[in-house]
Design a protein around this ligand. Structure first.
Ligand code: HEM
Length: 423
């Protein structure tokens, strides 16, 4: 069996994720009728669509059986996958980073930042994060009652926090934002470099151009930080040694680029989505205003609601079986986090934004050995910003129509126009 062509084509169509309802409807049908089945969208190699929460966890629990490196970790057209292999000398992924390697290499690379991003290590960062959050809330209040929360707060605040911890100067933030948006939002004419709808080949070309710019930037960073180390995350990457050797050029650049892009765009999307949810639910706003201890639940439900990372791919390393389906060695599987986060078997009223979910089992940060390295920093950033916002706002509502980015990978709200009153 394979998925109906229209379902398969929709699952890779960034416009369906921008629409929201359209992708939700497709995954609802897939979960109900064929929760683990093969899709073959036009122009793509076939892959398994893993739509259920339990099946994603089962796969992520077995990293030796389901690899990240063997084929692209992001869904690519056949032509683009071939092009990437050609230009990397045979590797399946554009960058070699913690998210695109397996086994010992993954453990070693993850170990470079892991000790610095545990709940205990991020706790002392709270004071600096709160200072940055206050700057943004003050600035927002100066806008005089209306703003585009996505563009003017959510896309800038996590960027500033991350860049501060990485050790990137403020004047480089606009360039980092622009290149990140070009990498993750190549399908969206409002955010890509050309300003028009691009073909998959053009998207790949533009992404490679943005990656090359980041590589040049970070090559200089390595030289400087080896000479004069500081206590930023970039310095840890530049000076890390595995088995006594510095990281290879590709590992280094891949690490910086993954952290510098995935580390803020994801958090920005979740933050913008939380504001969208609050602004269209006066009761939710009032509930949290009355009881600030609900903010951690608001953040986790926000991550479930938005699911900023829509998928990652895995490749089977041997013949095996998942949920009664025979998977063959070499098969490609799409872990559909946005579907898992609406799974009726796990979440009551999955299409409702609720703060009373006990131990919210959302998979927005993934699961298993590759589970998000920055999840505790991301939660801290969002909690602190929400605390400062709820301290200062008397009311908030939508003042126009929000919109989401056109993308099937890392995305969420790109416009959240709000009207607010300070308390
Ligand atoms: C709301 C914010 C965030 C979301 C939704 C998110 C989501 C994810 C997801 C889904 C994965 C893949 C997990 C898997 O394969 O099971 C991941 C991995 C990763 N994330 Fe995040 N992320 C967020 C914030 C951050 C931040 C702030 C950083 C950096 C400080 C970061 C750095 C990473 C890295 C380095 C990996 C690769 C880990 C590995 O492969 O071992 N993320 N993230």
């Amino acid at each position: 069996m394979t998925l109906h062509q229209s379902l398969a084509d929709t699952i890779v169509d960034g416009r369906a994720y921008a629409d929201g309802d359209r992708i939700d409807a497709v995954f609802r049908q897939v979960r109900a009728e064929t929760p683990l089945d093969v899709a073959e969208p036009e122009g793509y190699d076939p892959f398994w669509v893993v739509s259920r929460h339990a099946d994603i966890k089962e796969i992520e629990r077995q990293p030796d059986l389901f690899h990240n490196a063997d084929r692209s970790v992001v869904v690519q057209t056949k032509a683009n996958a071939a092009k990437i292999r050609q230009m990397t000398g045979g590797e399946a992924n554009m960058v070699r980073s913690v998210v695109s390697v397996d086994g010992k290499e993954h453990k070693d690379l993850r170990g470079v930042l892991f000790p610095h991003l545990t709940p205990r290590s991020v706790r002392p960062m709270e004071e600096q994060v709160r200072k940055i959050a206050c700057e943004f809330v003050n600035q927002m209040l100066e806008f005089g009652g209306e703003c585009d929360f996505a563009k003017q707060v959510a896309f800038l605040y996590p960027l500033r926090v991350l860049m501060a911890f990485m050790g990137v100067p403020r004047e480089d933030e606009p360039m980092m934002l622009k290149l990140t948006q070009e990498i993750f939002s190549g399908n969206d004419p409002e955010l890509n470099r050309s300003g028009k709808q691009q073909t998959p080949e053009e998207v790949l070309q533009a992404t490679l151009g943005s990656i090359a710019e980041l590589e040049n930037y970070f090559l200089d960073v390595t030289a400087r930080l080896r000479d004069t180390p500081d206590n930023g995350l970039n310095s840890l990457i530049a000076n890390a040694r595995i088995d006594g050797e510095f990281l290879t050029r590709r590992q280094l650049l891949g690490y910086y680029i993954t952290a510098a892009t995935a580390g803020h765009d994801t958090t920005s999307n979740a933050t913008a989505g939380i504001m969208w949810a609050v602004a269209e639910r006066p009761q939710l706003f009032e509930q949290v205003r009355q009881d600030r201890s609900l903010i951690p639940a608001l953040v986790d439900e926000g991550v479930r609601w938005v699911t900023p990372v829509k998928h990652f791919m895995r490749t089977a390393t041997a013949d095996c079986e998942v949920a009664g389906q025979k998977i063959a060695k070499g098969d490609w599987l799409m872990l559909c986090y946005s579907s898992a986060n609406r799974d009726e078997l796990v979440f009551d009223d999955p299409f409702e934004f609720r703060l009373d979910r006990k131990d919210n089992a959302q998979l927005g940060f993934g699961y298993g050995v590759h589970v998000c390295l920055g999840q505790h920093l991301a939660r801290l950033e969002m909690r602190v910003l929400m605390e400062e916002l709820f301290n200062r706002l008397a009311s908030v509502e939508l003042s126009g129509t929000p919109a989401r980015t056109i993308s099937n990978f890392v995305c969420g709200p790109k416009r959240v126009p709000i009207r607010f009153k300070a308390s």
